[in-house]
Write a protein that binds this ligand. Structure first.
Ligand code: FA5
Length: 356
């Protein structure tokens, strides 16, 4: 009987049996030295080969190495099995029971989100003007100098440009493309289109975003919204403008809010006025929001200046009209009594949630 060969067979079967009994990767790491490493039966048997004849020692050494490799492969295969089982157990523990989610959704109301206050105010303003016979138009937020200024009777270097602190876009010649500072350039687009399509008169409003290099404060933002109004028709007078603004104020704010028009200057309207309402924060007694005046300016307005009609090819002897531009954010601020306009852009869910 070949004793060393029997020994190798025996220790190999014992090593494989020991491996099969290992239950975890940690246990495998602890026991691997005694199964196949320096403390194993393989190491002991190898030492005993010192007493064999050289030829037999070589043959038995090769057999022992092969047996040890077999066990090493079995160790790695057992390690892979244990890792897969560990991962499956982890996934099982993490599995989400959809039944639980449904129950959670029923007991924990999930908010669906809603339009922001500026969007909903814009929609309300559009509704009021549509009910008054206006159609709703829109214009681009990036404008050429011509639309934002020149066609509105504000030539280059005119001191009135100082009324609007402008963001310029890095396109074309310097300072020829702007982020619109107001919605008034939409007037020019509407009139040009009406002339091109021979579709005068115009009774339109055009809401949209505007940009100014204004420092945000209680009544100002750098990106804000206006709604422009434009009437071009025959025999339009200042009384039509005043009546339109009065009708709008009552429809949007209700009968309790007072409004007034104060003389003002805009290069594209003559005469021009500023439209103000009683400050809803202090009800007219004066506060930080209205700079202690008791009034808040909502917009500008006036009768169309003949120079603007001429710039777009409308005959001022036949047509007359008026325009206005109200701040949408200001309307929201006054309607909902917000002492600081910055609340509209701070994204505080406690604020937003009040307007669901
Ligand atoms: C204008 O922008 C003129 N285009 C209005 C106009 C239109 C006059 C048509 C005549 C005919 P003004 O700069 O005053 O005017 O702005 C009008 C309104 O926009 C202000 O009363 C205010 O309600 C709002 N507004 C202006 N700047 C800001 C700002 N930085 N943040 C929030 N609202 C603003």
């Amino acid at each position: 009987m070949n004793v060393p060969l029997d020994q190798i067979t025996t220790i190999t079967s014992e090593a494989l049996a020991a491996l099969a009994g290992v239950e975890s990767i940690e246990e495998l790491d602890e026991r691997v030295a005694s199964i196949v490493g320096k403390r194993s039966a393989f190491a002991a048997v190898q030492k005993s080969f010192g007493s064999l004849e050289p030829d037999e020692r070589r043959t038995m050494g090769a057999q022992l190495q092969e047996a040890r490799r077999t066990v090493e492969v079995a160790v790695e295969s057992r390690r892979a099995q244990l890792r897969a089982a560990q991962r499956a157990a982890m996934l099982d523990a993490d599995r989400l029971d959809l039944g639980d989610v449904v129950v959670a959704a029923q007991t924990w109301p999930v908010s669906l989100g809603h339009a922001g206050l500026v969007d909903s105010t814009q929609a309300e303003l559009e509704d009021v003007f549509v009910a008054m016979g206006f159609t709703v138009a829109e214009g681009p937020e990036v404008e050429s100098d011509w639309y934002n200024f020149e066609a509105l009777n504000i030539p280059p270097a005119h001191p009135a440009r100082g009324m609007w602190d402008t963001f310029y876009v890095d396109l074309g010649d310097p300072e020829t493309v702007v982020l619109r500072t107001h919605t008034s350039p939409t007037q020019v687009h509407l009139m040009e289109a009406a002339v091109a399509n021979n579709s005068l008169p115009i009774h339109s409003v055009a809401p949209g975003r505007c940009y100014r290099r204004d420092t945000p404060d209680a009544r100002h933002l750098a990106a804000f919204h206006q709604i422009e109004g434009l009437i071009v028709d025959r025999d339009i007078t200042f009384a039509d403008l005043a009546g339109t603004i009065e009708t709008f104020t009552r429809a949007y704010f209700g009968p309790d809010i007072e409004s007034r028009l104060r003389p003002a200057f805009f290069p594209f309207t003559e005469p021009s006025a500023e439209f103000e309402v009683t400050c809803t924060i202090c009800r007219g007694t004066g506060c930080r929001t209205c700079s202690n005046t008791g009034w808040i300016e909502l917009g500008g307005c006036g009768m169309m200046d003949p120079a603007v009609f001429e710039a777009v090819g409308i005959d001022p002897d036949v047509w007359s009209g008026f325009a206005f531009g109200f701040g949408i954010d200001r309307c929201a601020q006054m309607k909902h009594e917000l002492s600081d306009m910055r609340a509209l852009v701070e994204n505080d869910v406690r604020f937003l949630g009040q307007f669901a």
